[in-house]
Design a protein around this ligand. Structure first.
Ligand code: NAG
Ligand code: NAG
Length: 465
């Protein structure tokens, strides 16, 4: 064999290896001190109608004591091309920070939602739900057009060795829930996890699903299948969550922000004076929006769900964004005096291409108040409101609100905080045009966890969102 053909053979083999096994970490770039690293999740395989809801432990993640500046993700195929939502519906991806006991081996992939607590400690965000919604980052179909950048001089501090309990190391977990809706008989129904379309009467843990549970995550767990049109043929294919993490090395000039996630299904009630019990933030994560009945004169057919909770600790709002599913028309968070802390509106796609799929929420507008202009005070009563169109029924919808809050620093920093009191909010992404489209749609996704499992398996800590 000539040198030339050896070389060709080698190139061919290399090419094959690259094609078959895309390297998980493609590259780290640096621009103005901000590093940007692109990774691929482990691969998941889908065929028409199938669902993948897997948990990947110890995923690739930037190392060291850093400030996270953004986390963006999307589904790509083996060739690295973006996959549209009408083919692979991204119900949610969630990224959880945890401490792993050194010397204990765990497979990188578990279908299981829990780990023995002593080997595995979830480093939760700052609140406010108990059990689920512990993630640092997570989005659904809106992932391609939702800004996640944390403005300067703020950052999400991670990887600080002094925070890690002795004998443990910090790691990251990724949960990806995706539904292949190619050839689906009812695309929206599949994305809304309607139990009849999945032909499911028992959930993942073999518990009966009550007849009044029409749809939601209990019916579209890992390896379930949504009904596909008779005779539809579609290939099995390998997909990845491609995620891009931007970060900077930690230094004293960075102001840390805390992550809070509010959920409109939180069952918390203000404790009565007579009761000594502590109110719990039991977050149900999903809810049902019934269609507006024809008999009721409700011309605009809009459904509003509202809760009031006290905010645990105060500070400046640095960033806010809501998460809703198809049919969503916006969420708002109000302070005790009625002021708008942040309102976030869905952006619906209008075409076919990835990032602009008609009928899907492809982005959510986000709030970047001028630092210091919008504050929440400790213990303030806030009202969270989630609007949906109920021109038709929507099952398994969500209404989450993700906030980054900078606590007042002990020494006021006059450079950073303008004393502007106008409460100006910059809404990025104009969603006005997009709102016209709601009514069609598909669900969007986010995160989930079943507290019941949590209760069932003492000693395990549940992960999900
Ligand atoms: C639905 O499930 C039942 C029992 O689990 C099975 O007998 C039936 O064939 C399934 N129907 C379809 C359309 O898959
Ligand atoms: C939600 O709906 C209510 C009632 O129709 C309306 O007053 C409010 O402005 C809406 N908020 C958002 C954020 O869409």
């Amino acid at each position: 064999m000539s040198r030339c053909s050896d070389y060709q053979l080698l190139s061919f083999v290399l090419l094959l290896l690259i094609t078959i096994h895309p390297s998980s970490q493609s590259r780290v770039r640096e621009e103005n001190g901000v590093k940007s690293a692109v990774f691929l999740s482990p691969k998941f395989v889908l065929e028409p109608g199938s669902v993948s809801n897997k948990f990947y432990y110890d995923i690739d993640f930037p190392k060291g004591h850093i400030a996270l500046k953004s986390f963006d993700a999307e589904v790509v195929d083996e060739a690295g091309n973006s996959v549209p939502l009408h083919e692979t519906y991204l119900h949610h991806w969630v990224v959880v920070r945890y401490y792993h006991r050194q010397g204990v081996d765990v497979a990188k992939y578990h279908g299981n939602l829990g780990f023995h607590k002593s080997n595995f400690i979830i480093k939760r965000n700052s609140g406010i739900c108990e059990g689920g919604l512990s993630q640092y980052f997570g989005l659904g179909s809106e992932t391609r057009k939702t800004m996640s950048y944390v403005p300067d001089p703020y950052g999400i501090e991670v990887g600080n060795p002094v925070e890690v309990p002795p004998g443990y190391e910090e790691r990251w977990l990724l949960n990806v829930h995706a539904i292949d809706t190619r050839g689906a008989e009812d695309r929206l129904g599949c994305t809304e996890c309607r139990c009849d379309l999945y032909n499911v009467t028992k959930d993942e843990y073999d518990r009966d699903i009550e007849p009044d549970y029409i749809g939601g995550l209990r019916c579209c767990y890992d390896e379930t299948r949504c009904r596909v049109k008779d005779g539809f043929q579609g290939s099995r294919r390998s997909l990845y969550l491609k995620y891009t993490v931007k970060y900077i090395d930690w230094d004293a000039s960075i102001l840390p922000v805390k992550i809070y996630i509010l959920d409109v299904t939180d069952t918390w009630k203000r404790p009565g004076k007579s009761t000594a019990t502590v109110a719990r933030h039991h977050c149900l994560i999903e809810y049902l929006v019934e269609s507006c009945s024809a008999s009721v004169a409700n011309a605009d057919c809009s459904h509003t769900k509202k809760i009031t909770v006290t905010f645990p600790s105060g500070g400046d709002i640095i960033y806010g964004v809501a998460h809703q599913h198809t049919g969503g028309t916006g969420m708002a968070l109000h302070g005790e005096d009625g002021r708008v802390i942040c309102s976030s509106l869905p952006i619906y796609g209008e075409g076919m291409e990835p990032g602009n799929e008609a009928g899907y929420i492809v982005g959510m507008s986000s709030c970047y108040p001028r630092p210091g202009s919008i504050k929440i005070s400790e213990g303030e009563t806030v009202t969270l409101l989630s609007n949906y169109s109920n021109a038709q029924r929507h099952t398994g919808v969500m209404g989450l609100f993700y906030l980054l809050v900078a606590e007042p620093s002990p020494k006021p920093n006059s450079i950073l905080h303008s004393t502007d009191g106008t409460g100006e909010i910059i809404i990025l992404h104009n969603a006005v045009g997009a709102l016209a489209v709601f009514g069609i749609a598909l669900i969007v996704g986010a995160v989930v966890i079943y507290r019941r499992r949590n209760q069932r398996e003492e000693g395990y800590e549940s992960i999900l969102m």
